[in-house]
Design a protein around this ligand. Structure first.
Ligand code: HT7
Ligand code: ZN
Length: 844
């Protein structure tokens, strides 16, 4: 496989003036006719050009009306071209019905749809399929399907055809087409400057009742982007289409967003509160791409974080505004540590802006997205809110219509603030999670914090330079009052001290408030100090963090030394739990224990070999201990968590139900599943029903409930995904592999559907002790199915290979099994480039 390097970037030699595409749709023989005007750039004129093209049957090609015979390979075509401007015409035939990779034009549930990011357009027609080639598109679709959609504004339409014109120049990865028997949920939005936009969510017949929430989220996003970033929508229509077979969550195609149906369809009966929140965030994310991604796109795929990091940052600001900043920040950090930290500390570690790749699809990662967003959060903290706003305005003014780079992005900040951001730029080029240690000194009214930063080596990067770290710190007096409010310390050296003077008593420091930098903070605080912060910190994140570390240390001591649970911490936690002035969601987050894989990671970092079974046992022991100790508190919390008003997926009700389900989880350890059964029987929404079912599975009392749930929901594809996933995810670890195996034989297990495949195998991977079973059965089963899926869908297969990224953490027996599974995948004949790259990196 060839490796592509950032350093090798060269511009394309031609400008595209316009693109006209005609699609004659047929499941196995769609014809695509392209008419494209090319004009040479100022570069030295070239005599031939190369157009990407894969899995295309060339019917014929012309230049300026004269037939030509290009040289065609499995990657594209090369053709002699005139020195000046010319018209390229080509007709190709493609086979959407047999396109199981779900890239390019494919069929899902009888409808035609497209996915062109990153390099799918080359499966539709021959084209310079690179993001820096931007053009206006006019599209004609010929088909008997009743609904025919493409990007931009609608043009002429009639019996069996529709035309669309997109006036905004765009790269090919934003092209989209949909044709099907669809129903719409219509609405409209009037922009601040008075432009009326027609909004539609298009779904399969029967799903019309699940669109209202998505539409509300879309309108909220449009308003928010006007209010907060001053960005208005720029077409007459905005269409969203729900598709069942989709490799990722959603896609921001200009004016025609395509969504995995799981990321847009919602109803209280079929969707959990978490689903609602995720849908709201994804709709916002895709909508925000209209400016950060579409109007300003990426010069090349190495700049992916330019649009993804910024858009994730924007969608997290939006969710913060909609649902409350504290809980959002805590859940973002939980997610970052669960997905990005293991990636950045293992064999798949790469910079936020990678410097090489074999398959770009493998770089749509937590590092590019979530660490990319953290980097923007740090930049904003360093320059302040006002300069951030000024820099963004300048970015939109200066780069509208551009295919830009990270250098362009940083330059607007430099120009606005006069700062030199060359050291800050290391956040984009250095991989790995910095470790930040801190020591404290107290001398006669002066409190000194001394920090040291160090980033361990990562693949291809042995030595690291110090990075700029914004460290938000506040100081508390021994009586719990805040004596120094949050101050941002700007660390630039490997070792650096900061003084706080004029204090009357030695304070307790609250360090890295709001998790102001994506680092591992190494702090030798004693448990009393942590308990103090849990009780008094005014920073919600650090208050949660103090409780989280106490919980983690308690579990680690139980696992390592067989210690009994730390009652001092539990008493401190109980005081917080009893404080009904605190947000219910915040309180339930405090009780949620660290995940089993986080514990495995912590043990590994401390130099011990994690035993997944011992970790599982410790967590279960502690949960039982909490349930018994809080026997009188839990019913009180359950009462506080009760929602009597009609279901709303808002922050208030969501927080209460989360608290109630946390209580149910603990109660199930002592009541044998009685409360879970009662909740299952009376539930009128999916949040309560699914939590009850999960607890019945854990109590081994789920036979009847699983059958009833199946009976109730067997015709709902998205709820069936939950039914599949939960049985494996919540299974006793000793049984998870067998449960997964049995489910793969179920008549509703359609393994070519990514959502269903991910439900079962994502469930298995999430069942820590079940997946990392000592005899290697978890690894072997996953490998069997990845080998099978690779021929159909390399992109989804490759993404799921990352389940193996932590394999060297475990004991030699497990390592042997994991390695054998990985080597078996590597040995598969015709292994895809996607999977080959992932497994090679994991094994390196
Ligand atoms: N920009 C999109 C990323 C993407 C994608 C989406 C669906 C299927 C395949 C895909 N490949 C890349 C989604 C986003 O980040 O908003
Ligand atoms: Zn995105």
């Amino acid at each position: 496989p060839t490796t592509v390097y950032l350093a090798d970037y060269t511009p394309f030699g031609w400008r595209i003036e316009d693109v006209h595409l005609t699609f004659r749709l047929a499941p196995h023989a769609t014809r695509v006719l392209a008419r494209i005007h090319f004009a040479p750039c100022q570069l030295a004129p070239q005599q031939e050009f190369f157009l990407h093209g894969e899995e295309l049957r060339l019917i014929g090609a012309k230049i300026d009306g004269q037939e030509v015979t290009p040289e065609v390979t499995d990657k594209g075509l090369t053709c002699a071209v005139p020195a000046g401007r010319f018209l390229w015409e080509a007709e190709v035939e493609i086979d959407p019905a047999n396109n199981t990779a779900l890239e390019g034009l494919y069929m899902s549930g009888g409808m035609y749809c497209t996915q062109c990011e990153a390099e799918g357009f080359r499966k539709i027609t021959f084209y310079p399929d690179r993001p820096d080639v931007m053009a206006t598109f006019t599209v004609r679709i010929e088909s008997a399907m009743p609904v025919l959609l493409s990007n931009g504004n609608p043009g002429a339409s009639g019996d069996g055809f529709a035309e669309w014109h997109d006036p905004w120049p765009k790269p090919a990865y934003l092209f989209a087409l949909v044709a099907g028997d669809l129903r719409n949920h219509p609405d409209s939005f009037t922009t601040k400057s008075g432009h009326k936009v027609d909004l539609n969510i298009w779904v399969r017949p029967g799903d019309e009742g699940k669109c209202a929430f998505g539409m509300q989220a879309l309108k909220a996003s449009m308003t928010w982007d006007e209010d907060v970033y001053g960005r208005e929508y720029d077409l007459d229509v905005f269409n969203i289409v729900a598709v069942d077979d989709f490799n990722m969550g959603a896609m921001e195609n200009k004016g025609l967003n395509i969504f995995n149906s799981s990321c847009v369809l919602a109803s209280p009966e079929t969707s959990t509160d978490d689903n609602f929140e995720r849908i709201e965030a994804i709709i916002a994310h895709e909508y925000f791409h209209n400016w950060t991604g579409n109007r300003i796109t990426c010069r090349d795929w190495f700049q992916l974080c330019l649009k993804e990091g910024l858009t994730v940052y924007r969608d997290s600001q939006f969710t913060s505004d909609m649902r409350g900043p504290e809980v959002k920040r805590i859940s973002d950090v939980i997610d970052l540590r669960a997905r990005q930290f293991p990636e950045d500390q293992g064999p798949l570690s790469h910079p936020v802006r990678p410097e090489s790749f074999q398959e770009i699809n493998n770089f749509y990662t937590a590092t590019v997205y979530e660490k990319g967003a953290e980097v923007i959060g740090m930049l904003k903290r360093l320059v302040g809110d006002d300069d951030y706003a000024r820099a963004l305005d300048l970015y939109f003014d200066r780069h509208d219509g551009d295919a830009a780079t990270i250098e362009d992005w940083l330059k607007v900040f430099e120009d606005v603030t006069g700062r030199d951001l060359s050291q800050f730029k290391r956040w984009y080029s250095q991989s790995g999670t910095p470790r930040l240690s801190v020591s404290e000194a107290w001398d006669n009214g002066t409190f000194t914090l001394t920090f040291e930063q160090h980033t361990p080596p990562t693949p291809g990067q042995a030595d690291k330079l110090p990075q700029v770290l914004p460290i938000a710190v506040g100081l508390l007096n021994p009586n719990g009052d805040e004596v120094v409010p949050t101050r941002v310390l700007e660390m630039t050296e490997a070792k650096q001290s900061f003084d706080f003077t004029g204090l009357s008593a030695r304070p307790v420091a609250s360090i890295l408030r709001e998790f102001s930098a994506p680092v591992v903070l190494e702090r030798d605080a004693d448990p009393q100090q942590r308990a103090f912060l849990l009780a008094h910190d005014t920073d919600a994140f650090n208050r949660w963090e103090a409780g989280h570390i106490l919980a983690r240390d308690c579990l680690l001591a139980m696992i390592r030394d067989g210690a009994t649970p730390d009652t001092a911490w539990l008493d401190g936690l109980e005081t917080v739990l009893r404080d009904s002035t605190l947000d219910p969601d915040f309180r339930q987050m405090l009780v949620a224990l660290p995940s089993q894989s986080e514990l495995a990671q912590a043990l590994h970092e401390q130099g011990s070999t994690p035993d997944p079974d011992a970790i599982y046992d410790a967590v279960m022991t502690l949960r039982l201990f909490m349930a018994e100790r809080w026997a009188d508190l839990l019913p009180k919390l359950a009462e506080e968590a009760r929602v009597t008003a009609p279901y709303q997926p808002d922050a208030e009700q969501t927080g209460k139900r989360a608290l109630g389900n946390m209580v149910l989880g603990l109660l199930t350890h002592t009541d044998g599943g009685a409360a879970a059964q009662a909740q299952f029987d009376s539930a009128d929404n999916m949040t309560l029903q699914l939590a009850a079912l999960a607890n019945l599975i854990r109590a081994d009392k789920a036979k009847a409930a699983l059958a009833a749930f199946y009976d109730q929901w067997k015709d709902d594809r998205l709820v069936m995904d939950k039914w599949f996933g939960l049985q494996v995810g919540a299974a006793d670890p000793g049984k998870a592999v067998e449960v997964a195996k049995a489910l793969t034989a179920h008549e509703k297990f359609d393994w070519t559907n990514p959502n269903r495949f991910r439900a079962v195998f994502g469930g298995l991977i999430g069942n820590h002790a079940g997946f990392h079973r000592k005899d290697g059965a978890g690894y072997a089963l996953l490998a069997d199915w990845l080998i099978k899926l690779d021929d159909k869908n390399p992109q989804t297969t490759a993404r799921m290979c990352s389940a193996f990224q932590t394999w060297t953490r475990y004991d030699s027996g497990r390592q042997t099994h994991a390695k054998a599974a990985l080597e078996r995948i590597m040995a598969k004949p015709n292994l895809s480039r996607d999977v080959n790259e992932m497994v090679s990196r994991i094994l390196a």
